[in-house]
Each structure stands twice: as structure tokens, then as C-alpha cells.
Ligand binder design. Structure first.
Ligand code: DQA
Length: 151
């Protein structure tokens, strides 16, 4: 019998729907659609399935993280501004007991001081920041590698 493919939930937080037009000097000109297309290509190579979700609302993000319990094997998340403010998202990540990889397009440690702290990183498997759109594909590879090693 064919092995069931692992399922990864990709979560994009607030304002990431504006990628391509938003602060292009920081985030570049790649749109969220293009990032998602690249992720789907990488997922195919890695033989995993993806569900992709974007929301500007903290409550909706918490709900989606909670709902991943059961159907998903791991989460790739860019919590965007909620990285630096949301205990609720941290608690949701903590609660689900799944490996979560946190990604950021920009190197948050080279930016304003308020971006240096992430509420999510303390409960994430790891964090990748500063590689632009590649942060997502690198994060997906790291997560799938981890899942494959874990069996
Ligand atoms: C971001 C960094 C955050 O500080 C910021 O609020 C974002 C995007 C990034 O991908 O670099 O919206 O998460």
C-alpha cells in the first residue's frame, strides 16, 4: 500500500496578502501568490501535501492552528506582526503538540528593537529569517526533513 503523504499547514499572518506592493524595500517584490506557487513546487518534490491559509485576524489564526490537530503533521508559519505581540498564537502553537517552523522574509534581528523578540520561537521547532521568499522553502525543507527523520 502506498504510504500516506504528510500534510503541512502553511500559515501567513497579517499584511502578508500585500506582499509585492507592501514595503518592497524590506520585503521585495515577490507576491504571496508567487511564494505559494514556489511552496507547492517544493512540496511536490518533497512528496508532501500543503494546505495554505492567510488571515489578518489573530482569532482566525488561533482557530486555524487549533484545527490542525489531527489532520496535519506540521505547520510552517509566518506570524508576521503577531510574532512580536501574540501570547494567544504562542499558546495555540504550544497546545497542538505538532512541529512548527517559524519563518520571516526579513532578518527581524537587524530591524527595529520591537521585532527582536518572537513569542513563537520559544515553542517552535526552529526559526528561519532573512532569506526573503526563500525563507519559506528553506523552512518547508527543514520541517519535512524533521518529519521524515522522526518517521
Ligand atoms: C515579517 C517580520 C515582522 O516583523 C513583520 O511584522 C511582518 C513580516 C517578515 O516576514 O519579515 O509583517 O514576519
Amino acid at each position: 500500500m502506498a504510504k500516506k503523504k504528510k500534510k503541512i499547514l502553511v500559515i501567513h499572518g497579517p499584511n502578508l496578502n500585500l506582499l509585492g506592493v507592501r514595503e518592497t524595500s524590506v520585503y521585495g517584490k515577490t507576491t504571496l501568490d508567487e511564494i505559494n506557487k514556489n511552496l507547492k513546487k517544493t512540496a511536490k518534490q518533497l512528496e508532501v501535501t500543503l494546505e495554505i491559509y492567510q488571515s489578518n485576524s489573530e482569532g482566525d489564526l488561533v482557530k486555524k492552528i487549533q484545527e490542525s490537530m489531527g489532520p496535519c503533521d506540521g505547520i510552517l508559519i509566518n506570524p508576521a506582526a503577531y510574532t512580536h505581540t501574540s501570547v494567544a498564537i504562542r499558546d495555540a502553537v504550544s497546545a497542538i503538540n505538532l512541529p512548527v517552523v517559524e519563518v520571516h522574509l526579513s532578518n527581524i534581528y537587524q530591524r527595529e528593537e520591537f521585532r527582536h523578540h518572537s513569542f513563537v520561537s520559544g515553542v517552535a521547532l526552529g526559526q528561519i529569517a532573512g532569506f526573503g521568499p526563500n525563507s519559506y522553502t528553506l523552512g518547508l525543507k527543514a520541517l519535512v526533513d524533521y518529519l521524515n527523520l522522526a518517521g
